[in-house]
Every structure is written in structure tokens, then in C-alpha cells.
Design a protein around this ligand. Sequence first.
Ligand code: NIG
Ligand code: FE
Length: 423
Amino acid sequence: MTSADLVVQNCRRLVTCRGPIPKRKSALQDVGPADKVWIAASKGEIVFIGKEKDFQKSVRPERSAVRLDAGALVGLPGFVDSHTHLPFAGNRVEEFRLRLQGYTYQQLAAKGMGIQTTVKATRQATKQELLCLVLDRLNKMLLNGTTTVEAKSGYGLNLRDEVKQLEVLKEAARRHPVDIVPTFMGAHDIPKEYKSRKSAYIDLLIDKIIPEVSRRKLAEFFDIFCEEGVYSLEETRRLTETAKQAGFKIRIHADEFSALGGAELAAEVGATSADHLICITEEGIRILSRSETAVTLLPSVSFFLMLEKRAPARGLIDAGAALNLASDFNPGSSMVGSMLFVLQLGVYLLKMSIEEAINAVTANGAYALRRHQSVGSLEVGKKMDMLLCDVPDYPSLVYELGWNPIRHVIKNGKVVVRDGRRI
Ligand code: NIG
Ligand code: FE
């Protein structure tokens, strides 16, 4: 008999998103659905998934075990958000108003607004202020189903303030149930004080900031904005090679506003993920889809910036890409922290099927963070990170818009949201 400290009883419909992971092509259509399922966990890990009859035979719940009746609920894995810019201060409402008057994101960035506005506010914030902001956002994300989140620095753009952001993430990870995967993004922009001396900032990154962040083990990934007017292909190649040597895995903001070739470069340098790809070329699609590099699409950016252009999700899936969807939560191009909304945009904007989009915010999101051995799908031996939703069946997660159907959230085997409230 297996002992259990948490039991989800009689889940009316369960979506497991079970492997093999990453899912490509037609495998993305399979969300592993099952009816009337019992799930048991012990010390945060799933120990049983199956029918009541087998549960009674093989599982002995502890006397103090927590039990949830899911007879009227639909279960699925907790969402994995593989791309966010979580630790920032201030907001960009003024810039948003200007965009509504017709200015584009790039025009405002060229005027010195955009990322620089948030750099200023984030540099001014104390660690304590930043920590409060991050914890509050993590609570909101958890209420909306995110149980694992990647989070980037990149609004400090100097040693002190990049380290400050990453230390805040470390402290938040200690205090909050959501798992945080930290990424160093000192190459998010060129700081104002280096505007006319980009190469001096690149030297500073290479000689000082990358080694220091690595020495202090503050981040697992290195990310860079490879874009016209920001970091060129050559600069991106040089910086990612340096970061790899310092022990970082690589993510790249690639082909977001222009087809620079970031997708091809991501495959060339063995990046864990290439992200955005709104302007990816046919050649980029071909090369990325044959690689191990995850393809991270961020449909809320097209939505939030009201762009006609969207990443070619269909072409990428058909070519075999290991595609996932993430929020890109940030104050300028995606003030969107709900992965449920991202899942919906995957269907409405990117023309993905409901099943493809569900796999893209769970199993394949976990692959994009190389956490797919432990999260992203509900399987024995994986973490008990699960959502229970008040919908007739899983398609209604996409069919019903504008309210939150997530009743309970279980993170690491603990109920952390009950009846829609954080506990
Ligand atoms: O992923 N593209 C670069 N960085 C963010 C936007 C950051 C910001 O505007 O503050 C992005 O879209
Ligand atoms: Fe981003």
C-alpha cells in the first residue's frame, strides 16, 4: 500500500498532458484525457492516478490527509509560464495612452521611453519595494493557475540593480509556493549612460556582470534582446558564447519586430529557447523546428501592442517545432500575467487547436525551462501541481472568456488556492 497525504477524489474529467515531452506535430493534439479519476500525492509528489477501485486497493491515505472532492470539476496540470519580466517597478500607463493615440512601441522606445522608463523606476526601487511587487504578482499568477514561472532581470542594466532584481527573485522563491526559474537579462537594452558607447557596455557585461552573476549563482539562464537597434546577431553570438562558458543556459528574444535571423542563431548556439518570433522567416522555421531549441510564442504581445502580425504558430507546428506559449508579462508589451488568457489567445489569435494550446501552456512550457521531468504533466513521480476548474469540460477553458473558472490550485501537494481564494 502507498501512503498519501493528499487525495483528489473522483475528478470528473482529467487532462494529464502526459508525455513523451516535448510534444511535436500531431502529438500536440493529445492531452491525455480521462474520466472519473482519483489522484493521490505524498510529500508533494504524485503517487497514484487511476480509477477508484485501484485506488482502494493500492493507496492508504494518512489519517490527516487532505481530501478534495472533484466530482464536479475538471483537472489539469498547473500552468508553466516560461517567459516573464517579473521584477520591475513603476508602470507604463502614459506610454499605453500614447500608443492608443497612434505611436508605436518602437517609436516610443526610440524617444527614450519604453524599457528605459522601467529601468529608471526599477533602479529607484528598494529591494523591499521590489519584493512586495513580486510577491503580489505571484499571488495573482497563482490565482490564475501558474505554478511555475520563469522570471528575468533586465531592468537594472548595471551590476548593482541587476543583482538586486535577481536577489529579490531568490527571496521571493523562498517565501512563495510558485516555483521561480531565474534568468539574467542584462542584455535587455543598452543603458542610457552607455547609449553612444554600446561596446563599452558589452565589455562590462562580459568582463564584470556575467562573471559576477555566475559566481553568485543568481540565475540559471542568460537572455538577450536580439533586435534591430538593440543587440545585433554578431553581438548576440559573442554574448551568448560568453554566457555559455560562464555556465548559463541560453534563451533569446528573437525576430520580434524584425527578421534579423535570431531564430537561426538560437539553433546555432544551442539555445534552450527562442522566443517571440513574430517575424521569423521560412528558413528560420525550418531550422528551429529541426532543433532541440524550444519555440516560445507570446501571443499577448501581438494583442497588447495591437499588431496585425502574429507569430506563425501553424507553420511552426506543422514543421515540427517544440512549441510552447508564455505570457511575456512586462509593463511595456504585455501587461498580461494570466496563462489562462494566453491559452485562449493561442486559439483565438494563433489559430491553434484547444488541445495544442493546453499542451503549450503545460507540458511544452515545462520543456522550454527543461523542467519537464518534474512539472507540466500529471504523471506518477512528478510534482503534484494541479488546477481544478469549474467548467463542463476542458474546451470551455477557451470557449468561456473573461472570468476565472479555477476553483482550487494545488502546488507541490498543498492546496494553495481554495474556492478561488489564496490560502
Ligand atoms: O519581451 N522585447 C523586449 N522586451 C520585452 C518588453 C520589455 C518592455 O517593454 O519593458 C518583450 O517584449
Ligand atoms: Fe520578453
